[in-house]
Design a protein around this ligand. Structure first.
Ligand SMILES: [Mn+2]
Length: 425
């Protein structure tokens, strides 16, 4: 960006302060402590960013706390972080969502000066001033109770005063089935409202739903809290240029990052090779975590010689625990959460293909198809006789010829696994 921005602000949501890390057992005390502090540390990283970038204001778009019965220590820490921002000249606007509605228990703590919280009765408006100049108007509403089933967008004004308008809304845009359908609305509802930027919360993955005006953004959780929240987590630093155009930049704020990894054993000959591969994978994760802690889940997959040996091991004792050795106490730790065994026994495909049994027939049929001059045409023809075809036709038409061969391979492998199941020990 060559043009210097007119002003900037930081947009975050779904802090879920004080939420426990799910699914982690047998933790070293050092690592447990880092995890316990992670949601707070992530919010402090957001404040640091706002202060360093001299942002004019900060928006927290709901779900500050993980539960309606938030702990007093979480409330005090949140207030301290906001105070730090406000004292550095960053005004703060906070909305509450389904996890922390206004009806939840709350100590009667006065908010620091410069911190504003949206009420739950109606959409409220705050003007952000810099000297005599009004930079922006921030409109928002909190959840009075947990379950808001109404579309809240019609409560936002149809006419706004300049120069830059932001709508703060915690809700499900477009009916994402992975999240509760609270304050449901459509993208076009938002677009029809005269905002320049929609600061959303509720969906836990960062997503820019729309770049052109109005810009519509979900920042996601600033700290991943379970294995479903993998990868970089953070907030958006939004620079508004002289023409009033918001340009959001994702900034990671997580102090611990989740990874889900698979390792295919088919090319590995012995346990030594496997251990070397795992050590390499662990260091690769450390590199990708870029200085912060990492928690990873491992799945061993593929068909190979190691399968029989792996089935005899106690995975937790023989693989998982040794991979955790030496990690506690490191800042950039790489902690293996758990290991899943999804490997299959090796099979001599050439020999099975020769055999005069059902598996032999299946393998020969797949091979025949693979060497057909036009496999997609044959597969299409077979599938068109199936009753499911009406449902699949549109998707099938989009497949490239390479996709068909991959599908054929996967189908062959899946059928083989199911048929061989009975033959296993
Ligand atoms: Mn949330």
């Amino acid at each position: 960006m060559t043009e210097s921005p007119w002003f900037s602000f930081v947009h975050c949501a779904d802090l879920h302060l004080d939420s426990p890390f799910e699914g982690l057992h047998a933790l070293e005390p050092d690592i447990a402590q880092v995890l316990r502090r992670a949601t707070f540390q992530a919010f402090d990283n957001i404040i640091d960013l706002a202060v360093k970038e001299k942002a004019a204001f900060l928006i927290v778009a709901g779900d500050v706390y993980d539960s309606a019965h938030r702990s007093l220590s979480a409330q005090l820490r949140f207030r301290e972080s906001l105070r730090r921002a406000a004292e550095a000249g960053v005004q703060c606007f906070v909305a509450h969502g389904n996890h922390d509605p206004l009806s939840g228990w709350e100590a009667e703590l006065a908010l620091p000066e410069g911190v504003h919280r949206f009420g739950g009765d109606r959409v409220e408006q705050f003007a952000v001033r810099q000297g005599d100049e009004i930079l922006a108007r921030v409109y928002g509403i909190s959840y009075p109770t947990r379950e808001i089933k109404d579309n809240l967008v019609p409560r936002f004004p149809r006419k706004v005063d300049g120069p830059f308008a932001i709508g703060v809304l915690h809700g499900n845009v477009g009916g994402d089935p992975n999240h509760d359908n609270y304050a449901p609305c459509s993208l076009s509802d938002l677009v029809s409202c005269p905002m320049d930027y929609w600061a959303l919360g509720h969906i836990h993955n960062a997503r820019i739903l729309r770049e052109e005006a109005p810009c519509v953004v979900y920042p996601g959780t600033p700290q991943g809290r379970n294995v479903r929240e993998t990868g970089a987590r953070g907030c958006f630093l939004v620079r508004v240029d002289a023409g009033g155009r918001p340009v959001p930049e994702f900034v990671p704020t997580d102090t611990v990052r989740w990874f889900v990894e698979t390792l295919d054993i088919s090319a590995l000959d012995n346990l030594n090779d496997l251990l070397e591969e795992l050590a390499r994978l662990k260091e690769d994760i450390r590199t990708r975590a870029a200085g912060r802690g990492a928690v990873w889940r491992l799945s061993l997959t593929g068909r190979g010689r190691l399968h029989t040996l792996l089935r005899k091991l106690d995975l937790e004792r023989d693989l998982t625990q040794p991979l955790r050795e030496g990690e506690a106490g490191q800042t950039a730790f790489v902690w293996l959460e758990s290991t899943f065994l999804r490997t299959r026994p090796p099979v001599d495909l050439a020999r099975r293909r020769q055999m005069q049994d059902f598996i032999g027939d299946l393998l020969r049929a797949a091979d025949h198809l693979r060497h057909d001059p036009d496999p997609p045409r044959v597969l299409q023809e077979v599938l068109s006789r199936r009753p499911e075809h009406r449902l699949l036709a549109v998707r099938l038409a989009q497949l490239a010829s390479g996709d068909w061969l991959t599908l054929l391979e996967e189908a062959e492998s899946l059928a083989l696994d199911l048929l061989l199941e009975e033959e296993e020990d």
